[in-house]
Each structure stands twice: as structure tokens, then as C-alpha cells.
Design a protein around this ligand. Structure first.
Ligand code: DGL
Length: 290
């Protein structure tokens, strides 16, 4: 358990050349790391895939928080200058406690892109795909209620149970994954959603399946009438702005490193790295127990 009575940890990095730690319950956070790599091309990244403990989405907030603290301490031992919680579920459960325990560390969270969805929707019906834990979190419920009232937009929420497991197994193209995606996306389309928020960082890995279901439902010519919102780009922008403010951005042109650890299967993380970065990333992936 995380003891909230502990004194704050005043760890702070002043090293512009230090790496950025990015973590998720599994490989999903690589969909965010990809945007970070694109926008902050000189930064070295450390990626932690907690696949041995995935999915987080059906765990209690205290169990998720405990995992987050272990991972952040691991990153601090590697002297990172910033941390990205590349997981909506972990952000909802733990970011408040993480920030209050490490007040001097840059910590960027990931939240379902409800606000960007408001800019896109014309039907004022927005579908939100996320884990059960994210959708039930107080953070999400408060934001949803506030935006609904302000904008008159209806958010149709869909807990996508089992989808993270499929992706963690590397089933990005299987019939079983397509069937599962169909069972979650079709009701959103039936309710009139013209914008779908990918409220879990794993889901961009199956955006092609989501698009296939939209195409089946709407017809080929109308596939573009439904927009998908992935928040990875917004997270990367936020990270860049915080690093610049703190004068911690790395101005060097040297080749950035990408190192990753997993509590699960190394081969799955390696495949996902190749898929996410579309390159043989200069990377090292190791199994670790934590
Ligand atoms: N990628 C995580 C998220 O964004 C998945 C959570 C899980 O492991 O259930 O929520």
C-alpha cells in the first residue's frame, strides 16, 4: 500500500540530457511515446511496460497506485528529468498522489480527449471508449459532467472489457479482436456518435479495426464522417511545453536512446516498438521484476 503520510520526495533533475520516463500498464503507452518521439526528436526515452500486471482497468485504485509508485521510483533510480503516465487508467487513479509525493518532478498524465472531441462533433454525441476503471473514476465523471452541461454534448461511454488483453497478446488483426471491437463500436454508432474518443492508450493499436467497423456500418464513402480522437499528440505537446518552461529540453542533435523494460513478455514489447515507431528503434528491451 502507498503510505500517503510519507514525506514528499524532493527528487528533481536539472540535467537537460537526462531521459524521459514513459510508462503504461503494457504496450499501450507506446502509442504516446511515438508522438513524443516525433515532437521531441532529441530526447532519450525510457519505456516501462507493466504487462505482467496488465490490465490495470479491472484493478482497484490503490493497487494501480501502488504499481505507479514502484515504476516512478524505478525511473527516479535512472535519474529521469520527467515522467509521462501514458495510461488513462493510471492517470485517473494515481496522478494526484504522484504529483503530491514528487512535487518537484515534471509528471504529465493522459486523459480521454473529451475537450478535443467537442471541437469535432457536429451531432453533439460523442462516444468514449475506455477501461471500466477510467470511466468510473471521479476525475473522469467530474470532467464529463462539466463539459456536458457547458456544451450540451452527450457522451456515450463504453467500457471495452477484454480489449487491452487482446492487444497485450499481440492480436492486432485477429477475428476475435475485430468481433470485440465491433461489439463495442457498433452501439456508439447506433446512438449517433460522430466522434469517438480513444480513452485508453492501447486503442490506437487497433484503430484500423475501429475504422473497419465504422466502414461496415456507415459504408465506404461515409467512413470519414466519424472522427477518432487520440490524445498522444496533446500529451507530447504538453510535455514539450513543460520541459521548455523548466529549461530542461534537450537541444542536442545526438541520436536519442530508447530503452525499455517489461514485467511481461519481451517479444511482445519488441514487436510493439517496431509497430509504434515503424523503425528498428535503437532500443534495448529487458525483462524486470518490480
Ligand atoms: N493503456 C491503459 C489506459 O490508457 C490501459 C489500462 C489497462 O491496462 O486496463 O487506460
Amino acid at each position: 500500500m502507498v503510505d500517503s503520510s510519507l514525506r514528499p520526495n524532493l527528487y528533481q533533475s536539472t540535467d537537460r540530457h537526462a531521459a524521459i520516463g514513459v510508462f503504461d500498464s503494457g504496450i499501450g503507452g507506446l502509442s504516446v511515446a511515438r508522438h513524443i518521439r516525433h515532437r521531441l526528436a532529441h530526447e532519450s526515452l525510457l519505456y516501462f511496460s507493466d504487462s505482467g500486471y496488465a490490465p490495470y482497468g479491472d484493478k482497484s485504485e490503490s493497487a494501480i497506485t501502488e504499481r505507479c509508485f514502484k515504476i516512478v521510483d524505478f525511473f527516479i533510480a535512472h535519474q529521469v528529468k520527467a515522467i509521462v503516465v501514458a495510461c488513462n487508467t493510471a492517470t485517473a487513479a494515481a496522478i494526484v498522489q504522484l504529483r503530491s509525493h514528487y512535487p518537484k518532478l515534471i509528471i504529465v498524465g493522459t486523459e480521454p480527449g473529451l475537450k478535443p472531441a467537442l471541437q469535432m462533433t457536429q451531432s453533439k454525441i460523442v462516444g468514449v471508449m475506455a477501461t471500466k476503471s477510467t470511466l468510473e473514476s471521479q476525475k473522469f465523471l467530474t470532467l464529463k459532467a462539466q463539459l456536458s452541461t457547458e456544451s450540451g454534448t452527450h457522451f456515450v461511454c463504453q467500457a471495452c472489457i477484454g480489449l487491452v488483453d487482446q492487444i497485450e497478446r499481440g492480436e492486432l488483426h485477429s477475428d476475435a479482436s475485430l468481433d470485440l471491437v465491433r461489439s463495442y463500436v457498433t452501439p456508439l454508432l447506433q446512438r449517433g456518435a460522430d466522434t469517438i474518443v480513444l480513452g485508453c492508450t492501447h486503442y490506437p493499436f487497433v484503430s484500423h479495426l475501429i475504422e473497419q467497423v465504422i466502414c461496415e456500418y456507415k459504408g465506404e464513402n461515409e467512413t470519414n464522417s466519424v472522427k477518432l480522437i487520440d490524445t498522444g499528440e496533446a500529451v507530447a505537446r504538453r510535455l514539450r511545453s513543460l520541459l521548455e518552461q523548466a529549461e530542461l529540453d534537450n537541444p542536442e542533435q545526438s541520436t536519442p536512446q530508447l530503452t525499455s523494460w517489461t514485467t511481461g513478455r519481451v517479444d511482445i514489447v519488441k514487436n510493439a516498438l517496431t509497430h509504434a515507431f515503424l523503425e528498428q528503434a535503437i532500443s534495448l528491451t529487458e525483462y524486470v521484476t518490480l
